[in-house]
Design a protein around this ligand. Sequence first.
Ligand SMILES: [Fe+2]
Length: 232
Amino acid sequence: MKDMPTSVMAELRRNGYVFFPELDPLRSSLEVAECIGSVVDLHAAYPGEGLKTVHPLRAMKEAESRPNTYSAMLGLKEFPPHTDFANWASPPRYLMLRCIVGFDHVFTSIIPSHALLSCLGETISRRALFRPRRQVLGKPVSILPMCFSIMDTEAIRWDPRFLRPLNNEATEALSKAPGSVVLQESIVRIQLSSPGDTLLIDNWRCLHGRSEIGLVALSRHLERVLLDEVRA
Ligand SMILES: [Fe+2]
């Protein structure tokens, strides 16, 4: 695999995500991610926390899941749109999802951040402050603005399940977003159904979620790798 062509980079910049159907199915997720960009070595960065650099995402019922995960809260039900690791001061920039075992009827949903911003309005979005639902990796609990900027890049965080509101604007945001027609209409649904299907998401500019899995897709298996840079 060579570096990503500029047209792919343009698509990533334009849409906030890129889908590669059946991308080198015989290569490992780590090999593919290392070709795409700079991989976050979660295991080395947070030893003993059970975080894996190549993290398996399997369909699991609530009772079988690790505590404090989406699976433990929702099991096979739909996962609502969220930012991965929204409770970190600086959530990882990109995530790569890669299909190992897929099913046609399960979708990964993507919502661009501008849809959330236009649903909530500028004032609420810019002022909304959250805190993590619980202490993260032993660090002191911090104040997390919904909108933030790193190295001149505008970003948002959103995760009603793992963040708690700290001010009125955040409370208003959490009550306004569900059921918003703007958000519903902006959802892009992508099937990661064939081995090698790979989805690269800009975690600062897009929310992602997952449709309900259902008992027939219990063997669904994706892998997730985080990246802090994508090579052009
Ligand atoms: Fe996620």
